[in-house]
Design a protein around this ligand. Structure first.
Ligand code: ASP
Ligand code: MG
Length: 402
């Protein structure tokens, strides 16, 4: 007998039929003798609908009230799933995030979990109850409701698994595992049996939509046995773990991210201190900078470009405009029509030629590269957003995934 944490995403609990489907998966796991903690997201598009509803009332509501609103979606799901499990005749109890002991910081809308007081959870498990917990939510130290950021239920599940030292944390979703690329966009995408935490973390951060990247970070930190699988088909999914057999496989996955913007600071004097001024100010303003490129311009000037997440470009622009005169910039240009395409794989650190192969594939597909960035296990390029699908397929097909 073990302890299993099962998380079901919004599409897995979208309607009554799906809720009963989940109830069956959960009770079968329980019947095999396991203790089961279930974490659920809000049904279907509930969270998006709530965001739209808020906007009808107030275009800029306080983040505190947004969290009060958004946390309701998950509360509906836990009650309905508990009722379905009651109906199947099993002992069950639903708990909100705060009842389950989630204490977070006060960063409303994107809070981090500080700790979990698992007393209540443990008490319910000791009674052999199936415990259903609302994902994505907690309380800060002032007892105000917080949420963990979009997709945060994955992180709730992994946090519980880490806290209770669960034997397994299963993330049920509407795809049957992690693919070498989004199978909806790349026909030749291959499902992986397993992937390392590091690779999964990069893929999640670089735009693969399957797991909340903080959940992977936490799984790695606490060595949580993670599995991503489908709630609709009963078959093995993808295991996420410390080390996997990479053998000849250089590249494990290709991801794209359109939520980026490029900012170019053009024609600054080619002298020391400029980059320092720009990026220290951006750091002060909490703007996360990703790819950076500096190039030599004409007449002893240089251009500095960088990318930020979409939504942060206004903040970045405001900051740079403040120092525009002092850094003698001629022009500041923002381009929102860009997309980042990345390849990820632990095997590429020791294999030269991977980058060349990626660039060749893009060249042959007629895709222009605007910026490049590399690390030991990933290479990212910035391209025009209209080329995204073409680039994704070209790069994917340049590497083998089996
Ligand atoms: N319901 C939240 C969202 O849509 C959290 C989650 O699904 O994990 O982002
Ligand atoms: Mg999700």
């Amino acid at each position: 007998m073990g302890l299993i944490v099962q998380k079901f995403g919004g599409s897995s609990v979208a309607n009554t039929e799906r809720i009963f489907n989940v109830a069956h998966i959960v009770t079968e796991t329980y019947q095999r003798g396991n203790n089961v903690v279930v974490v659920v997201s809000a049904q279907g598009d509930t969270t998006d609908d709530l965001i739209d509803k808020a906007a009808e009332i107030n275009k800029s509501p306080s983040k505190r009230e947004m969290d009060v609103l958004l946390s309701t979606g998950e509360q509906i799901s836990i009650a309905l799933l508990a009722m379905a499990i009651e109906k199947l005749g099993f002992p069950v109890v639903s708990l909100t995030g705060w009842q389950a002991g989630f204490l977070t910081d006060s960063n409303h809308g994107n809070s981090r979990i500080r700790s979990i007081n698992s007393e209540r959870l443990q008490k319910e498990l000791d009674k052999r109850n199936i415990v259903i917990v609302a994902g994505f939510q907690g309380l800060n130290r002032y007892d105000d409701i917080t949420t963990l950021g979009r997709g945060g239920s994955d992180t709730s599940a992994v946090a519980i698994a880490a806290e209770l030292k669960a034997d397994l944390c299963q993330i049920y979703t509407d795809v049957d595992g992690i693919y070498s690329a989004d199978p909806r966009l790349v026909k030749t995408a291959q499902k992986m049996d397993e992937i390392s935490y590091d690779e999964m973390l990069e893929l999640a951060t670089l735009g693969a939509q399957v797991l909340h990247n903080r959940s992977v970070e936490m799984a790695k930190k606490y060595n949580v046995n993670l599995e991503v699988l489908s709630s609709l088909e009963r078959k093995p999914g993808t295991k996420v773990k410390e080390v996997v057999n990479v053998e000849k496989l250089l590249v494990r996955g290709v991801a794209k991210d359109r939520d980026v913007a490029r900012i170019a600071v053009i024609g600054v004097p080619d002298q020391p201190g400029i980059a320092f001024k720009i990026f220290s100010l951006l750091a002060q303003r909490k703007v996360n900078v990703d790819i950076i490129l500096q190039s030599i311009g004409r007449n002893n000037t240089k251009d500095i470009s960088f990318t930020v997440a979409k939504g942060q470009e206004e903040q970045a622009l405001t900051a740079i405009n403040e120092i525009k005169d002092s850094i003698k910039a001629q022009e500041i240009v923002v381009d929102e029509h860009v997309c980042k395409v990345s390849i990820v794989g632990a095997g590429m650190q020791s294999n030269p030629g991977v980058a060349a192969k990626m660039f060749e594939a893009l060249f042959e597909a007629g895709v222009n590269i605007q910026m490049i960035s590399t690390s030991e296990i990933k290479i990212s390029v910035l391209i025009h957003e209209d080329d995204d699908i073409k680039a994704l397929n070209a790069v994917h097909d340049a590497f083998t995934f089996n």
